[in-house]
Ligand binder design. Structure first.
Ligand SMILES: [Zn+2]
Length: 640
């Protein structure tokens, strides 16, 4: 046992370790020394393909997975997580099926199995993780965010699936997310027994990821930053060696290998004679946050997960480079993404947190803005605002160079939603009707540009980018996008194809640098008609994002860990555990303290366009106060 791990065990007296005699010639853990020239040994085509792994996509998926409260195998949270992962895999082009499994003593759960449609040969490689989480002390209903165990492995499977599909290299890979792991590997045991979708004899290797994001090593100067344990059995020695070689060639990981498998889903395959390997963060036994409410996002190091994903992906791509498979094509093929989100996902909070990291001075500005906000919220006398909007259209395909009419349709929706004249207001459940607020904010396309010359309020630029990320590049001419018009006077709206299933994002008041202030909306989620696609074709993504831009949080709060005490700082929106998706019906109860349940019909939830139709009175007060504090000159000059 490594000395640091021993020290950790001694400190915490972990209940789950065993001591056994090891015969003189048996190696339990073997630390691999890094060859000095290891990094030079990689295939450049594979190295370039590894750059497709996205830390921000991984974090987004992980944030959603931890947002279900618990993913206990038989819980509603687990079922929602299965639905979420089905959606993500489906949008990467996979055919998704579920296998019902039993978890003795608890009931029914499921495995999620994904494969590219049209593959006739049995899969040669499997990439797996377990989707379930557990709170050992608290029981099935207790909070179990399962960020590291095994949100990281599950988000890793989604990311591997996405990248392999976009590289055209997923044809002989099967992806599986198991239930029932924490109760005794029930998902993987029943998967292997059923043999659904694979033929054991055809499987060359199973790469299982369980906990790939927690850095448990003490930071020793000069030591490699991150460690990984590659654990298999004699039957999986080839795979272990390939992974170890990939780690040396393509990553900075410090590698330990073991041929003593236990305690995760690779074990079920090994028992059945199938070569399987566990890839797990180094010194995982020193991670004492797992299996409890403390296994949260803030403890996860996405950079470590990305390193382990690189090792695993390089191994699969290298494998596929064997005769008969087409790596050269894979590495050079353009990613083909299906860029239509299936459920609402907004990157506003993620971008805000990244801005705080990049610009530490923002914390001060935020603090003072919040203080002034708290002081003025009750005393504010709203100024009439008629906000000039400039819409920057970025298009690669001419079909995305949306019409003026589609832009006007979006302005119409905003004027209805922000003046309580939206036709669907009557659909608000009776319990929430008395709470409807009227922002009385109007929007118009800018009449003059920054130089005072007349303008349509629309700019257009042909670009070469397939899919933009939540990284503000569309807001900079030098980065390939278009610079903002003076954000003190104009609301800048960038319309472009967003990747990663994103519908849009906004910058909070005082939430980032002036030059990136504004909102971004994905082309198929903007306006009505034209490129707008169901279920986000009623212009409500802009209503939602401009809500953020004017200071509103999501009605389910900002915490990465769902809970019923995390408020949106607005008193008349009920607290709710996490986001609602789709088209919920009244009542939707997620927090016991709220008699009417969730206000899912609020523009600041995650529901479909057709299901959101109101702001609350206190949200309106907050928007007015935010504008007074942080956007004093917006929409007050009638000549703009
Ligand atoms: Zn949002």
């Amino acid at each position: 046992m490594p000395a640091r791990q021993l020290a950790a065990v001694a400190r915490h007296a972990a209940p789950c370790f065993r001591i056994e005699e090891v015969s003189g010639d048996r190696t339990v853990y073997e630390h691999r020394e890094r060859a000095a020239d290891a990094a030079a040994g990689g295939d450049p085509r594979i190295a370039s393909a590894l750059a497709s792994i996205s830390a921000s996509r991984l974090v987004q998926h992980l944030t959603t997975l931890t947002g279900f409260g618990t993913r206990f195998s038989t819980s509603d949270g687990f079922r929602r997580a299965i639905e979420f992962c089905s959606g993500v895999l489906g949008s990467s082009g996979y055919q998704v099926t579920q296998q019902a499994i039993t978890v003795p003593g608890h009931g029914m759960s499921a495995n999620l199995i994904a494969r590219l449609p049209g593959s006739s040969a049995p899969p040669r490689l499997l990439v797996t993780a377990h989707l379930d989480s557990i709170n050992l002390a608290g029981g099935p209903a207790a909070l179990a965010p399962g960020a590291d165990d095994d949100g990281t492995g599950s988000a890793g499977v989604l990311e591997m699936a996405h990248v392999l599909a976009s590289l055209g290299a997923a044809a002989d890979v099967l992806f599986v997310l198991f239930g029932g792991e924490e109760q005794g590997l029930f998902g993987s045991k029943q998967f292997v027994a059923a043999g659904q979708g694979f033929s054991p004899g055809a499987v060359a290797g199973v790469v299982n990821m369980d906990m790939i994001g927690s850095d448990n090593t003490l930071d020793t100067p000069g030591a490699p930053q991150f460690g990984v344990l590659i654990e298999g059995a004699e039957i999986s020695r080839t795979l272990v060696e390939k992974l170890s070689a990939s780690a040396a060639a393509y990553t900075s990981l410090d590698v330990t290998v073991s041929f003593d498998p236990h305690d995760s889903d690779h074990f079920s395959f090994i028992e059945a004679g199938i070569p399987a390997v566990l890839t797990i963060e180094g010194e995982d036994a020193a991670n004492h946050a797992i299996h409890s409410a403390h296994d949260t996002m803030d403890r996860v190091k996405p950079a470590l997960a990305v390193e382990i994903l690189k090792m695993n992906l390089a191994t699969i791509l290298g494998w596929n480079a064997q005769p008969g498979i087409r790596l050269s094509q894979a590495a050079t093929a353009k990613p083909k993404e299906k860029l239509m989100p299936t459920h609402r996902q907004c990157a506003t909070v993620l971008v805000y947190l990244m801005n705080l990291e990049k610009h530490p001075s923002l914390r001060l500005r935020q603090g003072s803005a919040r203080q002034r906000l708290a002081m003025s919220a009750s005393s504010i006398v709203p100024k009439p605002r008629n906000i000039p909007v400039v819409v920057h259209i970025l298009f690669k395909d001419d079909a995305d160079n949306i019409s003026d009419a589609q832009v006007h349709s979006q302005i119409d929706v905003l004027n209805k939603d922000y003046n309580m004249t939206n036709a669907d207001l009557g659909a608000v459940p009776a319990a929430f009707k008395p709470l409807i607020g009227n922002p009385q904010i109007t929007f118009h396309l800018a009449k003059v540009d920054q130089t005072g010359a007349p303008t349509s309020g629309i700019t257009r630029k042909k670009v070469s980018v397939n899919a933009w990320g939540a990284d503000d590049k569309m807001k900079s001419t030098t980065a390939g996008g278009v610079d903002a018009w003076d954000p003190n006077r104009y609301l800048n709206v960038w319309v472009c194809r967003l990747g990663d299933n994103l519908l849009g994002y906004a910058q909070f008041p005082d939430g980032g640098p002036l030059e990136t202030d504004g909102v971004v909306i994905t082309t198929p989620g903007f306006g009505v008609g034209g490129t707008a696609a169901s279920p986000f074709d009623l212009g409500r993504t802009a209503t939602h994002e401009i809500g953020h831009y004017l200071g509103l949080f999501h009605v389910f709060g900002n915490s990465a860990v769902p809970n019923c005490t995390d408020s949106d700082e607005v008193s008349d929106t009920p607290n709710q555990l996490g986001p609602n998706f789709g088209r919920p019906s009244f009542p939707t109860m997620s927090c016991p303290s709220e008699p009417n349940g969730d206000m899912f019909c609020n523009y600041m939830d995650y529901v479909d366009d057709v299901a959101m139709m109101m702001f609350s009175k206190q949200q309106v007060s907050r928007m007015q106060a935010s504008m007074a504090v942080s956007r004093p000159n917006l929409g007050v000059d009638p000549s703009v």
